[in-house]
Design a binder for this molecule. Structure first.
Ligand SMILES: Cc1cc2nc3c(=O)[nH]c(=O)nc-3n(C[C@H](O)[C@H](O)[C@H](O)COP(=O)(O)OP(=O)(O)OC[C@H]3O[C@@H](n4cnc5c(N)ncnc54)[C@H](O)[C@@H]3O)c2cc1C
Length: 599
């Protein structure tokens, strides 16, 4: 099995050279000022933890999986110890409110610092990730008393959190969920119902788990307007925070599943379990969105993270595996054959992965800056940053997971038959990453959100601002990189017109919205990555021209070459999505349901 190294050079290039996070952090209020002196050692430590402890537990986790017996879940060997290290390193409370034990670092820090962990072991990283989402919801919507009682336990790492939305009959359509919440005389609520597919719903990493549960009050209006959010502890915490009386929530089983075997996917049964309202009654969806938005960025990052691990493995393999000679003559005359990296199509598969991973990482970092600005930025910028964050979130979630899944499949293909064999380890990445396209809202749901809510309902406010930024970058590229500038200028203009046309058709017939949405999302993803690649190529060119990094710095020259690869060989896919969505809903809707049969 190949090992992996945290891509610190790429991360630092984005942090300091492309997005100037030091200046960005300095503009935030109510957050600790993060300088390079502070960030670099944190990254180094996260990398060390990921490359050693977590990566070692990744394969073990896949093979052993979680075990369920008597309502308890045992996580794979090494998971519990890794969680203890994570807590000891102070990572649980990194971005939390200091009034409740947090360290007040900006939101983006958790996305950046946890990426190495996701690369090393996605299944494990989901445990702390879910806690982060729960913390965000509590911090935003909990009362001071609720935060004192529960947020402190999440920030210290004594408890982990979950997100309980899904029920057997209610997946994408959360509005039809049935779990009931009946008010108790003491102000708490009795929660009754069944939740399925709950990640980290039961495990042995900590003694107590805090479930954030969506449920319906007896007289609640139908649909999403009648949903409230509750915090339901596995054990009711005592005054000192230690687990007290067992609550009426039980894990009744875990799923046997395709991937992420180290993360327990639980069925939870709530039987008059004591719950505490978070936010106002019937405002649960709004509160849950706080959790889901942060979680969606995290899932987009999973798409990047898992494919980073697969890319590194396939790159190493492509350099070592000797098969056939280069078409233009021997490159390795001493060997029986040339390494497969000489073959143009193997290079295409490697470059496709590199382009999606580095471009995706850039888009995620850019979006994470918007998350910081939306809450802690200069007051006059907050609303715009929030709109931009809402617009980019479905693209990050869906596009980076779709491209992440494509990338890991390229990695397997580069391994040939050996990629299909478990021993090499790359097939695990395909199985692990497949869920990222489904949970936290499927690609289809993200696409409806993007075109319907984030573009049409806002008259394309954030889209047009993003397009303007693309045009500004294109101008900056025009002298040093005229080909890059031209490609960016063209896609920016086309994205704006295409959005207007798609929105217009959808407003006239909602089937057009559903028919266009996924192609529109994919188009938007390719366009956004064009922006990221142009920006990275521009910065790399400037650094090369500056003098101190002249000559052959393969990292920087590789950035420019990958940008050109992306713009000429990947970006044309946007045209196919454009033509498909312009074909409209007719061809999808005119076929009778019965006519799908061909038996
Ligand atoms: C491993 C795993 C972990 C999970 N973790 C959690 C968790 O921690 N908490 C939690 O609450 N849930 C969790 N889930 C549930 C997950 O979020 C849901 O599976 C997901 O939201 C989809 O719901 P569903 O499976 O019911 O599919 P459905 O909603 O039944 O969808 C089936 C198909 O129909 C499509 N579809 C549905 N409506 C539309 C539409 N209007 N337009 C176009 N297409 C549509 C969907 O995209 C999908 O392709 C997890 C699931 C798994 C498998």
């Amino acid at each position: 099995m190949a090992d992996f190294r945290t891509p610190l050079r790429d991360m630092r290039f984005l942090l300091y050279d492309v997005f100037d996070f030091e200046t960005h952090f300095a503009r935030l209020s109510d957050r600790e000022r993060v300088t390079r002196d502070l960030l670099d050692p944190i990254l180094d430590e996260a990398a060390r933890f990921a490359e050693t402890q977590l990566f070692a537990a990744n394969r073990v986790g896949d093979v052993q999986g979680c075990r369920f017996a008597d309502g308890m879940v045992t996580t794979p060997t090494g998971f519990k110890e890794a969680y203890a290290t994570y807590v000891a390193n102070g990572w649980t409370g990194m971005t939390g409110d200091p009034a409740y034990g947090g360290q007040a670092l900006p939101h983006s820090m958790s996305l950046i610092v946890e990426e190495p962990m996701t690369i090393a072991n996605m299944a494990w990283t989901m445990y702390p990730d879910l806690s982060h989402s729960a913390m965000n919801a509590l911090e935003r919507h909990g009362t001071p008393a609720l935060k004192q009682r529960f947020l402190t336990l999440l920030l210290s790492g004594a408890c982990t959190g979950t997100m309980c939305l899904t029920e057997p009959h209610a997946g994408s359509d959360v509005g039809i969920l049935r779990t009931k919440a009946v008010p108790n005389a003491d102000g708490s609520y009795a929660i009754t119902g069944t939740k399925i597919f709950i990640s980290a719903g039961e495990h042995d990493l900590v003694d107590n788990i805090l479930h954030l549960v969506l449920a319906r009050l007896p007289d609640a209006p139908a649909g999403t307007k009648g949903i409230s959010l509750f915090i339901v502890p596995k054990f009711i915490p005592r005054e000192d925070g230690s687990p007290g009386v067992r609550n009426g929530v039980a894990c009744t089983g875990i799923e046997a599943k395709m991937g992420i075997h180290g993360n327990a996917t639980c069925t939870l049964s709530f039987d008059a379990a004591i719950g505490f309202l978070v936010g106002a009654e019937n405002e649960g969806m709004r509160c849950m969105f706080t959790m889901m938005n942060a979680a969606r960025l995290g899932v987009g990052m999973q798409g990047v993270g898992v494919s980073e691990a697969a890319y590194q493995a396939s790159l190493q393999y492509a350099r070592e595996r000797l098969q056939m000679r280069a078409l233009t003559g021997r490159k390795n005359p001493a060997g029986v054959a040339d390494p497969i990296i000489v073959h143009p199509d193997v290079r295409r598969m490697l470059l496709t992965q590199k382009a999606f991973i580095e471009g995706g990482r850039a888009l995620a970092y850019y979006t994470a800056q918007q998350a910081d600005l939306a809450e802690f930025g200069p007051p006059e910028q907050r609303a715009d940053a929030e709109t931009m964050l809402s617009f980019l979130t479905p693209i990050v979630k869906a596009f980076l997971t779709e491209t992440g899944f494509e990338s890991v499949n390229h990695a397997v293909q580069i391994y040939g038959g050996h990629g299909f064999i478990r021993e090499t380890g790359v097939e695990q990445y395909v199985r692990d990453s497949r869920i990222t396209l489904i949970y936290e809202g499927t690609t289809q749901i993200q696409a409806l959100d993007l075109l319907g809510r984030k573009v049409m309902l806002t008259q394309g406010k954030a889209l047009l601002a993003f397009v303007e930024e693309m045009q500004r970058t294109a101008k900056q590229c025009s002298t040093p990189l005229p080909d890059v500038a031209a490609a960016l200028e063209r896609i920016a203009a086309e994205w704006a017109t295409l959005s207007l046309a798609a929105g217009g058709r959808a407003a006239a017939d909602l089937n057009e919205l559903g028919a266009a949405s996924v192609d529109y999302l994919m188009y938007s993803g390719y366009a956004s990555l064009a922006y990221c690649w142009a920006r990275m190529a521009l910065v790399a060119t400037r650094l090369l021209n500056k003098g101190e990094r002249t000559g052959a710095d393969p990292f920087l020259t590789g950035k420019i070459a990958t940008a050109r690869f992306y713009l000429t060989r990947i970006l044309p896919r946007a045209e196919a999505h454009k033509r498909a969505l312009e074909a409209g809903a007719g061809v999808l809707m005119q076929i009778d349901d019965a006519a799908f049969d061909h038996i």
